[in-house]
Design a protein around this ligand. Structure first.
Ligand SMILES: *[C@@H]1O[C@H](CO)[C@@H](O)[C@H](O)[C@H]1NC(C)=O
Ligand SMILES: *[C@@H]1O[C@H](CO)[C@@H](O)[C@H](O)[C@H]1NC(C)=O
Ligand SMILES: *[C@@H]1O[C@H](CO)[C@@H](O)[C@H](O)[C@H]1NC(C)=O
Ligand SMILES: *[C@@H]1O[C@H](CO)[C@@H](O)[C@H](O)[C@H]1NC(C)=O
Ligand SMILES: *[C@@H]1O[C@H](CO)[C@@H](O)[C@H](O)[C@H]1NC(C)=O
Ligand SMILES: *[C@@H]1O[C@H](CO)[C@@H](O)[C@H](O)[C@H]1NC(C)=O
Length: 403
């Protein structure tokens, strides 16, 4: 049964029938990882710096915005933005040792000729662990939001994998916009997926309004990847020339004295300086108790206790380290440092040094298998072709923030 037939049939994702395998050949065997030093150790993951996830054959390619997800059994998947990829595909790579060594796993490709897939973002929906009618175990579904781009259009689409990242099928189109352009366009871009309960929300940058250079909007589905609700504003600046972009969202779980889960949305708030007619790109954020209701929340600039303002595409995550509030961790695109907040996004932000390089659209994530660590993934620097590879660093966050 093909995916679109299943969608027409209105079956839910968690229906075991959907978890059936396909008739594709056996997975290609991976080279023996032979990791050195062995990672992870039984007591957690050893810290490491700058292991290569992916290096394009052509070293003139820019590789940016790497996005990773945790899967069961110390497995991590990675995908990234590579505009010059010759086949227009998104490559998916896999590590089975918590990010220490990496191998090619699969690719996602558009069915529409001439469209390339850019700006991937990955999401894992855990499976039931039960056998379906074909005797295959439902380990879960990996979703990938992308921007499917051609000369005339941008399209936020979702692809799905039922074999933990090896094969990918088109699942749904969320929205279409005009082509990518440097000046005022009508494109949609930079999708980001969030799972909350049984809902999936996709956030993206929306340039289609004639009233605003761009805004951030979100659409939500309750049937996992079809039937997206209408677009709801998440960030609309009062100034028409402002360009909010590159949204990322993290859940900040309830803590002892603060009962509600909160969600933090971070984004670049590109502002036009009227005197110089150039844009600056400070990172802003919003906090809301609902991931679908950022529109009414206040926009705040981040400025550290030493006066640093993070700049360029950010990524936000939450670590349970550091007491009941945990720690909000943010990376920008300009510095090698990360920025942390120990009061659920209130109060002060502090800069913390890392051994990873700065990178455009760098990502920070906490590995499933060791909460004392922070995984940083980065590619090329802003506006540069170098380094022309995706590098991954496992940082000892507990040590770095002294907890
Ligand atoms: C994880 O490892 C366990 C133990 O080897 C195995 O039973 C399970 O099927 C694995 N899960 C996945 C998703 O591979
Ligand atoms: C592009 O596709 C061709 C044909 O499938 C394949 O041989 C080649 O390795 C692909 N290139 C990359 C960079 O994946
Ligand atoms: C995910 O599902 C498996 C069964 O497939 C279960 O053993 C595991 O605890 C679940 N993990 C999470 C984080 O819910
Ligand atoms: C871009 O759009 C904004 C808001 O609509 C407008 O104020 C500005 O003049 C436009 N810039 C260009 C170069 O067209
Ligand atoms: C935890 O967060 C709350 C709410 O932001 C704040 O009032 C409190 O001071 C924080 N606790 C610590 C130890 O920072
Ligand atoms: C990692 O690579 C970056 C360049 O991308 C470099 O600046 C940094 O020093 C490297 N870190 C280590 C520990 O070698």
């Amino acid at each position: 049964m093909r995916l679109h037939e299943l969608l027409v049939a209105g079956l839910l994702l968690f229906c075991p029938a959907l978890a059936q395998g396909n008739d594709d050949p056996e997975p290609t065997s991976e080279p023996d990882p032979d990791p050195e030093p062995p990672a992870p150790t039984p007591t957690g993951i050893d810290a490491f710096a700058n292991v290569t996830v992916y290096q394009p054959e052509d070293s003139s390619h820019q590789v940016t915005f790497p996005r990773t997800i945790n899967l069961p059994n110390n497995t991590v998947l990675a995908a990234w933005n590579e505009p010059a990829e010759p086949n227009g595909t998104v490559h998916v790579y896999r590590s089975k040792d918590s990010g220490f060594s990496w191998y090619s796993l699969g690719t996602a490709k558009s069915r529409t000729a001439g469209r390339k897939l850019l700006q991937p973002h990955l999401l894992f929906i855990n499976g039931t662990g039960r056998e379906n009618d074909d005797g295959e175990i439902d380990y879960g579904t990996v979703l990938m939001a992308v921007n499917a781009v051609d000369d005339k259009s941008t399209n936020i689409e979702v692809y799905a994998s039922w074999d933990l990242g090896e094969t990918w099928e088109f699942a749904s189109r969320v929205v279409s916009g005009g082509r990518l352009t440097e000046s005022n366009g009508t494109a949609v871009l930079n999708p980001f997926l969030l799972l909350s309960g049984k809902k999936i929300t996709v956030y993206y940058t929306d340039q289609r309004s004639t009233q605003r250079a761009s805004k951030l909007v979100q659409q939500t589905t309750t049937d996992y990847y079809g039937s997206w609700g209408s677009a709801i504003d998440a960030v609309v600046s009062q100034f028409a020339t402002d360009r909010p972009g590159t949204p990322t969202v993290a859940k900040v779980p309830s803590s002892g004295h603060l009962p509600n889960n909160q969600y933090i949305l971070t984004y670049t708030h590109s502002l036009l300086d009227a005197t110089t007619n150039t844009y600056t790109n400070p990172v802003f954020y919003k906090i809301s108790s609902s991931p679908e209701n950022f529109g009414t929340a206040a926009s705040r600039e981040i400025r550290t206790d030493t006066g640093i303002i993070p700049q360029g595409a950010p990524f936000v995550t939450w670590s349970a380290l550091g007491g009941p509030n945990g720690t909000v961790v943010l990376t920008d695109s300009r510095t090698a440092s990360i920025f942390i907040n120990r009061a659920r996004g209130e109060g002060t932000w502090a800069e913390v040094a890392t051994t990873a390089g700065r990178a455009e659209g760098r990502e920070v994530k906490v590995p499933d298998d060791d909460g004392t660590k922070l995984r940083l993934a980065g590619g090329s620097e802003v506006g540069q072709q170098k380094p022309s590879q995706i590098l991954l660093t496992m940082m000892d966050l507990a040590k770095a923030i002294g907890v």
